[in-house]
Design a protein around this ligand. Structure first.
Ligand SMILES: [Zn+2]
Length: 217
């Protein structure tokens, strides 16, 4: 009888010791695990916020051009705003697939004063600054992690930003001298933007046929 009690006592002690070891092990996981994609998720989120801000800015610039009856500038800014929103949606989808979350900001963009000519000049400054500073590093970080999906989305946005810059500079140097049927087209999948006078039959970034392009004429 005494031996049986001793045996039960030992079993209870052993069970308690195991429970303590298990609870310590559960608590000592160390710092919270950081996603292997954390850096790429941060980059994609930053890209989303930049795109969102630029889309709002270009919407406001399109409204200025409408008031000034500058149809070509209005179409250009409408196309740029649409392109930026496609980029924002693509980056948001990419970061969600990597385990991140994106909540669109309600922040309004700042300086929307001035004439269309001044706003075109300001847009050129913005596009130049962002293209030089951000895009290459984000793509490099995605490629370092062998994340070709994030790299492709970021490459689409960077290449489109360069197209935006070219279109803005072209407008600036030809303002007021466009044929009335001249406009802009946007690929609905990757946001690539075209002058309709030089539209490819397929989007060279994502191979979408030009019948699917959204036109701003
Ligand atoms: Zn495309």
């Amino acid at each position: 009888m005494r031996l049986r009690l001793l045996f039960i006592f030992c079993v209870l002690i052993a069970a308690a010791a195991l429970g303590w070891v298990f609870s310590r092990a559960s608590r000592d996981d160390g710092p919270a695990k950081v996603s292997v994609w954390a850096e790429n998720i941060d980059d994609l989120e930053q890209c989303c916020r930049i795109k969102s801000a630029k889309a709002s800015l270009y919407d406001a610039y399109a409204a200025t051009a409408r008031r000034e009856k500058k149809a070509n500038a209005m179409c250009l800014f409408q196309a740029l705003a649409a392109s930026e929103r496609i980029h924002e949606a693509n980056c948001a989808e990419a970061l969600r697939l990597l385990g991140g979350q994106y909540t669109p900001s309600l922040r309004r963009t700042a300086d929307t004063t001035g004439t269309t000519a001044r706003q075109v000049a300001r847009a050129i400054v913005v596009e130049r600054k962002l293209h030089d500073r951000e895009a290459g590093e984000m793509i490099r970080r995605a490629m370092e992690k062998h994340n070709r999906y994030a790299a492709r989305i970021l490459t689409w946005t960077a290449a489109s930003d360069l197209k935006h810059l070219i279109l803005l500079e072209h407008y600036q140097s030809n303002a007021g001298h466009f044929p009335p049927d001249r406009g802009y087209a946007v690929c609905p999948h990757c946001g690539n933007t075209f002058d309709t006078a030089y539209c490819d039959p397929y989007c060279p970034f994502c191979m979408t046929a030009d019948e699917e392009f959204v036109r701003y004429l």
